[in-house]
Ligand binder design. Sequence first.
Ligand code: NAI
Ligand code: ISE
Length: 337
Amino acid sequence: MAYKVGVIGTGAIGVEHARRINQRIGEANVVAVTDIDGARAKDIAAGIGARALPTGRDVIAAPDVDVVVVTSWGPTHEEFVLAAIAAGKPVFCEKPLATTAAGCLRIVEAEVKHGKRLVQVGFMRRYDAGYRALREVVAAGKIGNPLMVHCAHRNAAVPDSYTTDMAITETVIHEIDVLRWLLDDDYVSVQVVYPRKTRNASGQLRDPQLVMMETAKGIRIDVEVFVNCKYGYDIQCEVVGETGVARLPEPASVILRSEARRSVGILVDWKQRFIDAYDVELQAFFDDLGRGGPTGPSSWDGYAAAVTADACVQSQQSGKVVPVSTRQRPGFYGSPR
Ligand code: NAI
Ligand code: ISE
């Protein structure tokens, strides 16, 4: 039986996921979409053989929709995820699960009350082959105990609507989640400092930023987030251990020898950089539904990331080290990560 999917938000990633579900996922089809831009929703619906509904609530309530995918703007996620849980429908929600830890906690509480996992968060880096290989190397002890992690998250450019806090809630949130998973650890404190500002950032946006995090095991992490770096979309991660260093592989690229140069291309778009990871995460989500429910990044992971993000946003404002304090993990979510 093919799952009938409703997609809320037909922007950049909504369209990607809708096409991916129809073209790559064997057992799922998009039957309904919505967007506050109704004309766009109709256009997209026509292109994929689905129908456009007026609102996200209509998509969730539609009797023929049995799985919900939330790809609208971050501040709308909480409402739609809570409505999907209330309707008892599995929901794949793009990051962030909610824009605040309090919002994520409301989702955790609703899901626990429902009694069965329904929610998966779109932390797709956990499905990226490079991050998976890096995690295996670290877990196998090949570099001894990890001591430090150096990361960079660089986007070529962002629109003028992108604000300083979004560097955390939209962008570094990926490192916050993937490093917690990779190191099998939790954060205890964070601090954000600002280097010299690039001339290429819009008025109020502080760019770049340096985010420092400390884990319960004492590992120190630094993440450079630079969203107007101009030259491309570049994700770097290097784990320094007691006996060695492990580095995230670069995406495969032809090494070109030409005109007295040896060069490799750099991707410019997040859609390409994690294209395989998005496929794998959605396939895993639908496979898991057939086995009883999602097992990928949970509401709890969304909450843990949001608590850390909230602390980073506080530190952006104060410049101080801010403690990260997470509630007790409910047994409902199984063993950590
Ligand atoms: P976008 O701005 O291109 O698309 C969002 C769409 O949602 C827009 O078409 C907008 O009209 C629609 N929308 C907003 N409020 C709505 C509502 N109440 N009901 C229905 N539609 C509504 O943004 P983009 O880049 O597609 O991002 C969407 C979400 O996906 C964000 O939360 C973002 O953080 C996440 N994302 C995740 C990525 C990943 O790598 N996992 C990559 C890009 C985005
Ligand atoms: C975007 O929303 C994403 O999730 C991308 O993966 C990230 O690199 C980018 O900075 C965000 O704006």
